[in-house]
Design a protein around this ligand. Structure first.
Ligand code: 15L
Length: 287
């Protein structure tokens, strides 16, 4: 197929990098987001739609050669919000692609799909050694994303590449990110590889830069054709001066999901408090 690549989450941080970088690598982009993209590029198609609207997604994927799904909530939130935007949204993207015969979908999974996985004592952690072990509702949605991708690949023969993205930011801002950073340029390279690899079938790969302190095995990503160019180590001296050397016994550095595995991400910090049955609304009683 020769149609454009439908890019969801196009107005977001990663979407904006991809809208800049993928056309330079020969990909025509059809952008989609729930909010308008304000700086539409020459030649870029542009749609405003909700990824959880299956009919709208069917229209959006028509004639596309592939979908890159970056849409959804990008961190922890309430169960209601995550299950709607991130689980229902991923289902709609895959189902719309299937109905329209789009052969390939690239999904923004996350390290948080396996966040409670401990750092190995030695060597690099492969994807096979990091099965689903979510650290948050957000991570549960990424596990579900990978499961839906597996289903659509096995049942319908679609190519589905899940990118377990590390920390995709302009530059690393914490000492954990000296290991987990995925630079903007490497994000473009990784998605380009996921779109270009011949017949990847169902694939789950880590998404990090060529960081000196990386501990996630990039063999599978490189097999797709990914060639990372950046290394967070250039930021190490400045970050360590402020935050100190990483303590590997600290869960932030000793587990894949870092901070997301700590009490700061317990549900009560995200969910509204449940109404108490013993206090009548409007009674003025204090809990
Ligand atoms: C992610 O998946 C999130 O989208 C991002 O906000 C960061 O938390 C990142 O992971 C990370 O682990 O640093």
């Amino acid at each position: 197929m020769t149609g454009p690549v439908l890019l969801t989450g196009a107005a977001g941080r990663i979407g904006t990098w991809l809208r800049g970088g993928l056309p330079e690598r020969g990909w025509a982009i059809r952008s989609l987001d729930i909010v308008p993209v304000t700086d539409v590029r020459p030649g870029e198609e542009h749609l405003v739609a909700d990824v959880t609207d299956l009919a709208a997604m069917e229209d959006a994927v028509r004639d596309a050669s592939a979908v890159v799904h970056m849409g959804g909530i990008s961190s922890e939130s309430t169960w209601a919000a995550i299950s709607h935007s991130n689980i229902e949204g991923t289902y709609c993207v895959l189902e719309a692609a299937r109905r329209s015969g789009v052969p390939r979908v690239v999904l923004a999974s996350s390290n948080h799909a396996t966040g409670y996985t401990p750092r190995p004592d030695s060597g690099l952690l492969t994807e096979a050694d990091a099965p689903p072990r979510p650290d948050t509702y957000y991570g549960v949605a990424k596990v579900t994303m990978e499961a839906l991708g597996s289903l659509y690949a096995d049942r319908y023969g679609m190519d589905v590449v899940c990118l377990r993205i590390g920390s995709a930011f302009a530059e690393p801002t914490t000492t954990r990110q000296l290991s987990t950073w995925l630079s903007p340029a490497d994000t473009v390279s990784l998605v380009d590889a996921a779109l270009s690899a011949p017949s990847p079938g169902f694939s789950v790969v880590w998404g990090v830069s060529d960081n000196t302190r990386n501990w996630w095995d990039l063999t599978a990503a490189r097999a797709l054709g990914y060639e990372p160019a950046d290394d967070a180590e250039v930021y190490a001296e400045a970050l360590i001066e402020v935050h100190g050397e990483p303590d590997l016994a600290d869960p932030v550095h000793g587990r894949v999901g870092g901070e997301f595995t700590t009490a700061a991400f317990d549900a009560e910090n995200f969910e509204p408090p449940a109404p108490r049955a013993d206090i009548a609304p409007g009674s003025g009683a204090q809990p």
